[in-house]
Ligand binder design. Sequence first.
Ligand code: ADP
Length: 499
Amino acid sequence: SHSDDSSAASFVKNPTIKFTKLFINGEFVDSVSGKTFETIDPRTGEVIARIAEGDKEDIDLAVKAARQAFDHGPWPRLSGSERGRIMMKFADLLAEHAEELAALDTIDAGKLFSVGKAVDVPHAVNSLRYYAGAADKVHGKVLKMSRELHGYTLLEPIGVVGHIIPWNFPTTLLFLKISPALAAGCTMVVKPAEQTPLSALYYAHLAKLAGIPDGVLNFVTGFGPTAGAAVSSHMDIDAVSFTGSPEVGRKVMQAAAESNLKVVSLELGGKSPLIIFDDADLDMAAELAILGILFNKGEVCVASSRVYVQEGIYDELVKKLVEKAKAWVVGDPFDPKVQQGPQVDRTQFERILSYIEHGKREGATLLTGGKPMAQKGYYIEPTIFADVNEEMLIVKDEIFGPVMALAKFKTIEEAIKKANSTRYGLAAGIVTKDLSVANTVSRSVRAGTVWINCYFAFDTDCPFGGYKMSGFGKDYGLEALHKYLHVKSVVTPLYNTPW
Ligand code: ADP
């Protein structure tokens, strides 16, 4: 126990790194090659720990364990309620360790500690509990056959699943994938992002404590082109679920096609528009727009990176946005006053800064920000560009940083056209008091999620996924559970007479 607040705080800020090895068949093991890689603290650029570097041979071992657990182990054969009970225990363990887990994501990814504790870990807990509750409520149906036949469908777990996870929400995005797959009775191999392996390995430990049988949930840390590629091209993985960039998504799909035609689902980011109409509550609109782009330092696939404002309120709203961006507190993500931590690593940091330079060269108006913030660490100023158009790279590409692109519109038709102008279609936001406007726009934007007078309103029961090049296949909701289930049709004649 800790004698006072400050020693408790320092424990949280310097969590002991207990788990650095691959987790295969219920054991922490070194990689076959014995190689390790460094995971870096983006606040300082310093090394936190060395992590086992998995490659193809390690993925092979993990798949063997998962295959054995699927073909012969108890997990797919347990009743849904039995699997659900173990998942509930897993959820309780997450909740108990929320501080430590949030701290790991803070040092590894630069995420706000307070948010990790209050949002990310609780979201993961909710995912486990939601699908645990659903595990004994999925069933097939009796078919209305046209002849003297009896037909029904069985829902069966799809088999061994590969999950490839990005670094921006190492906790939430891990559980959004493994929870429905566990409930379905699948076994799996997880490849966490190389930038953020720490919490994933801790979750492996908690899974074992919860009683998830060996081989059901395996974790292979390592890099994308090696360990990740070995997942998507594996001949004995039945389905791969990927969240990350479109470039890598394309490779995953190609590898799946060229290997065993495994089932693929992709969540590939976005360039989500937030459309603010003249009748909007200005304070609410400004709040949503700022949070929409600056939350998690803009490293959010659904970030409201394009903000379209109707001409009547444009000047007044822009003033509010700039004020808010300037007042936004950037700094150490453990500090409760801080609203934005460092970008995840040097690569992302430099990529964002190069997009900012692009924006300037392309002729967008830089209203505020645009520069790195500190001597050390990957901090970037909240940045707002105005007067953007659809031809600009900063409007077309996902920047994945605290960079807003702002433009004016006159009519609802123009807003819809602009909103639909990118190749992405993950989410969209609308701010208006007018029901007809809200409903017209929500039915016209090609995006998987539409938030009206709110933003980031995620819920486990709310299916989430993309249109267009934001990918396909849903996470969350019962839709995600069905992603991990096969439908088998079983037919018999109704009577013993020859058919
Ligand atoms: P981001 O742009 O968010 O870093 P990436 O798409 O690069 O997203 O990475 C997301 C995940 O995909 C990470 O776990 C990464 O290691 C993995 N990955 C990267 N390259 C490949 C690849 N060629 N095949 C499979 N997975 C990969």
